[in-house]
Design a protein around this ligand. Structure first.
Ligand SMILES: Nc1ncnc2c1ncn2[C@@H]1O[C@H](COP(=O)(O)OP(=O)(O)O)[C@@H](O)[C@H]1O
Ligand SMILES: [Mg+2]
Length: 398
């Protein structure tokens, strides 16, 4: 049995503000992958961008690895040339380390945010000839860009808020009030200001006037090259739904303030103090989840149908793959609803929405589906050994 298990590299961490959230997702994925079918190989990308593998990376307690823990890990890189089997190889550093080569069948990127969810790592997998889960290069990069998402869905008949993009200045993080006015013109406050490419509510701010906008911009520019400005939805209620088929819908519990990073990921202790070792690593209990959200809330039939139809349409528009979560904003006083964003790789791959879908899909089954889909995508997109057609060959094949 063990020879037929697929070697699945689970890659996580990385140079994104969502580094830590990605560790939680990856531990959950490694725990949920069916051990009879898959052999998960952890590949941790440090905040500096170095790649490591090693069994210690399966333990929650090792994060973030310090110098002593790093000693137990093996630095690796992904072999980019597509000839031969895709593999992880020892980085050429450290003359005392034994050279390592780990052949891979599949890559399961479990990153959130830049370089992992936005098409960058997906491009590396394409170059390496390594089948991978989730969105391919173009859909990942478009959906990680809040403005590009709106542009690509512009004629899809899905309501979306108008938004403006403000570029980070060439020098420093401050834009002068007159520069901002030149970019945004006359706008009605209050607005929401947010990074164009990040997630987890990092840098999201409510701004009530020009002075607050000027003050808040550096907080966004510290993390992102562009800020997005859009009207604030009053009486906000949110609805999120994951798509592969169609998951349950969740409604995050309303709060007076924006859900911030900590509220989303740390409240209720769901990511803290999980049992050492394997079982239930970082998996929030049902009770904890229900503190922060209503799953399958009662909503008007028309809204329910719209959310599902718009989510599927969005997914299909760019040949979606994986388990993206598509998020909507709703004004609960008027029941107006807008598509807000697509998360190509949402936290925990939104497994709890699949468990509550009808029919329910278990987390291991979701992961198995994502792997089968990635393999099918790779088969469909495989290039011939010599991709140059006969009539385009300028040089003799020897
Ligand atoms: N236009 C808006 N009006 C009111 N609240 C908003 C608006 N846009 C975002 N928010 C709030 O900020 C949160 C984070 O914004 P979002 O666009 O989802 O970015 P992120 O990629 O960080 O999740 C949302 O979940 C919502 O609570
Ligand atoms: Mg969001």
């Amino acid at each position: 049995m063990s020879q037929t298990k697929k070697k699945v590299a689970v890659l996580f961490g990385g140079r994104s503000p969502e580094h830590d959230v990605s560790i939680v997702t990856a531990l959950q994925v490694m725990e949920a992958l069916d051990p009879d079918l898959f052999d998960p190989i952890p590949v941790y990308v440090s905040t500096k961008g170095e790649w490591f593998t090693g069994d210690a990376l399966r333990e929650r307690g090792v994060y973030l690895p310090g110098p002593a823990e790093m000693e137990r890990l093996t630095p690796v890189t992904l072999k980019l040339g597509a000839g031969g089997a895709p593999a992880l190889e020892s980085a050429p550093s450290g003359m005392f380390r034994k050279a390592t080569r780990i052949e891979l069948d599949f890559a399961f990127p479990s990153f959130h945010g830049v370089q992992g969810e936005d098409g960058c790592i997906q491009g590396a997998f394409e170059m390496a000839g390594l089948p991978y889960s989730g969105m391919r290069v173009m859909s990942a990069s478009v959906f990680m860009d809040k403005l590009a998402t709106k542009q690509i869905l512009n004629d899809a008949g899905i309501p979306m808020l108008p938004s403006l993009s403000l570029p980070r200045p060439a020098k420093g993080l401050m834009l002068l009030p007159e520069e901002i006015t030149a970019l945004v013109g006359e706008i009605a406050f209050p607005c929401i200001l947010k990074p164009q490419h990040l997630g987890s509510s990092i840098g999201v701010a409510r701004v009530a006037n020009m002075a607050e906008l000027t003050e808040s911009l550096p907080g966004v520019f510290r993390f992102d090259t562009h800020a997005v400005l859009e009207p604030l939805v009053p009486n906000l209620v949110e609805y999120n739904v994951a798509v592969a088929r169609i998951s349950a819908i969740e409604r995050p519990k309303p709060s007076a303030e924006l859900l911030d990073f900590k509220a989303k990921y740390l409240s209720g202790g769901g990511t803290k103090g999980g049992a050492k070792g394997t079982k239930e690593v970082g998996r929030p209990s049902e009770g904890m989840l229900s503190l922060t959200r209503d799953i399958n809330p009662a909503i008007p039939a028309e809204m329910d149908a719209n959310i599902r139809a718009w989510a599927v349409k969005t997914f299909d528009r760019l040949g979606g793959a994986g388990s993206p979560r598509i998020d909507f904003l709703c004004n609960s006083a008027t029941n107006e609803i807008w598509l807000n964003e697509v998360n190509p790789a949402p936290g925990s791959f939104a497994y709890f929405l699949w468990e509550a879908a009808s029919p329910p899909v278990s987390f291991p089954a979701l992961l198995e589906h994502m792997i089968a889909e990635g393999e099918e995508n790779a088969r469909r997109n495989r290039l011939p050994t010599d991709p140059t057609p006969n009539d385009a060959r300028l040089f003799k094949r020897k």
